[in-house]
Write a protein that binds this ligand. Structure first.
Ligand code: PA5
Length: 429
């Protein structure tokens, strides 16, 4: 099971401070379990794990298999919680180079004209052998009205209709059960549809068809991923001491003026997972003038950009390291005759060993620099463990945010930006 260790951070708060925070966290867990807190109508992300829907997992799996047989490119069109979870899992478990499976590309997550123009050109362009690309499109929007996603969907839908006679078979919509613009389009055009449960909010939806379909199309075993989360759910229903400790520590550090939590990993394939955690926590906790701003770093790369600030800048930072215990790779440092670069002291050492030393050294240095550090460890990078990590962070988010006295499940501030943008764009209300 995933392990969380607050040991390196514990000395930054007193016993009294911890006990005070722990009381808040314990009652937050109670609120979550008894569905008695604000926003309790959005706790479906726990229910889907308590009662897995195997028929739906099979349905997603079989559609994904069919798509994988025929598609060259699969466009995932969504923003925020509608794509970050899928991207996190896909990036974590796919090869960095030369992936032979279906190419996954993203749209609908911004309104950059240049990106969209280039994407359309890319989808239209023939393959190296001169034949047409086979493109499928998965539009994901719970509300069906998010502008970034809706505009990209309009453009790509149009292109697919131009390119293929069977365009409607290539378009898969993931949206709410009923209502909304997307449902109208589905009915009129006969697109395939998956449902986002009403009681699961976007940023908690990676284990619904929102995340699972793109993840399955990427060739990742969604049943093991899902059941990894189920095993974490069952485990933490019995004993969630580590979740509570981490949430209590964050609560106490928040009280003491910590305003930034940097989620860092030492394996580049985990960078998008940091993006998912950032959104999960950011949209959940940052309200009513409260919250610890979630930031993401990829080490050791960012030790050469953010490292200086973390070590010696304003003391308002904590860090959470996401660690892969067996981050095994075969590659070792080669021996160089003459040792011209002076690196022979490392000859024969596996890179994962060197990277581990970099992490331990960073923990030492940042700890001495006054940064509380939490270690979240997965034994290996695979579907089961990522499933566990997903539920760990969902649960911790719910508990921690309730402990601040905030509703974790709404995002009123995001609505404000939309209102202002629509007014400036002259949208009729
Ligand atoms: O977590 C959330 O609810 C948001 O990030 C949404 O996922 C995001 O705004 C996209 O919304 P929708 O799926 O309605 O297009």
């Amino acid at each position: 099971m995933i392990k969380s260790d607050i040991g390196y951070a514990r000395s930054f708060i007193s016993e009294e401070e911890y006990i005070k925070a722990r009381k808040k966290v314990d009652s937050a867990l109670e609120q979550l379990k008894t569905k008695s807190g604000p926003g309790s109508e959005w706790l479906g992300w726990r229910d889907i794990l308590a009662n897995p829907n195997d028929a739906e997992l099979d349905q997603i799996d079989s559609l994904a298999r069919a798509v994988r047989k025929d598609a060259d490119v699969f466009v995932v069109c969504g923003i925020g919680g509608s794509y970050l979870g899928a991207k996190a899992v896909i990036d974590a478990l796919s090869p960095h180079f030369g992936n032979k499976g279906v190419e996954i590309v993203y749209a609908g997550h911004h309104m950059g004209g240049k990106y969209l123009e280039q994407l359309l050109d890319y989808l239209k362009a023939p393959k190296a052998d001169g034949t047409q690309k086979s493109v499928y499109l998965n539009v994901i929007s719970k509300s069906g009205t998010t502008l970034e996603t809706a505009l990209s969907f309009r453009l790509i839908r149009d292109l697919l209709e131009e390119m293929y006679e069977d365009a409607s078979k290539r378009i898969i919509c993931t949206t709410s059960k009923s209502g909304g613009v997307l449902n109208g389009l589905i009915e009129r055009n006969g697109y395939q549809k998956f449902v986002i449960p009403d009681d699961v909010g976007g940023r908690f939806s990676v284990l619904t068809p929102v995340g699972l379909l793109p993840i399955a199309v990427a060739g990742i075993d969604i049943k093991t991923l899902f059941y990894g989360a189920v095993s974490a759910y069952n485990y933490f229903e019995e004993d969630c001491e580590q979740v509570l400790e981490y949430a209590a520590l964050r609560n106490a550090l928040h009280e003491k003026g910590i305003t930034i939590d940097i989620f860092s990993c030492f394996e580049p394939e985990l960078a998008s997972l940091g993006g998912w955690i950032q959104q999960l926590l950011g949209e959940s906790e940052g309200k009513e003038g409260k919250g610890i701003f979630p930031s993401v770093a990829s080490f050791s790369t960012d030790l050469h950009s953010l490292g200086q600030f973390i070590q010696q800048g304003t003391r308002s930072i904590m860090e959470t390291f996401i660690i892969i215990e067996d981050a095994f790779s075969h590659i070792k440092v080669n021996h160089a005759e003459g040792n011209e670069d002076g690196l022979n002291y490392l000859s024969g050492k596996p890179f994962h060993e060197i990277n581990t030393k970099a992490r331990i050294g960073t923990t030492e240095a940042h700890g001495e620099g006054g940064v509380p550090i939490v270690n979240i460890t997965l034994q290996a990078l695979n579907e089961q463990n990522i499933g566990e990590l997903i539920y760990f962070f969902e649960l911790m988010t719910g508990v921690f945010v309730y402990s601040l006295g905030v509703n974790p499940f709404n995002q009123p501030g995001v609505e404000d930006y939309k209102k202002a943008m629509y007014r400036l764009l002259g949208k009729e209300s």
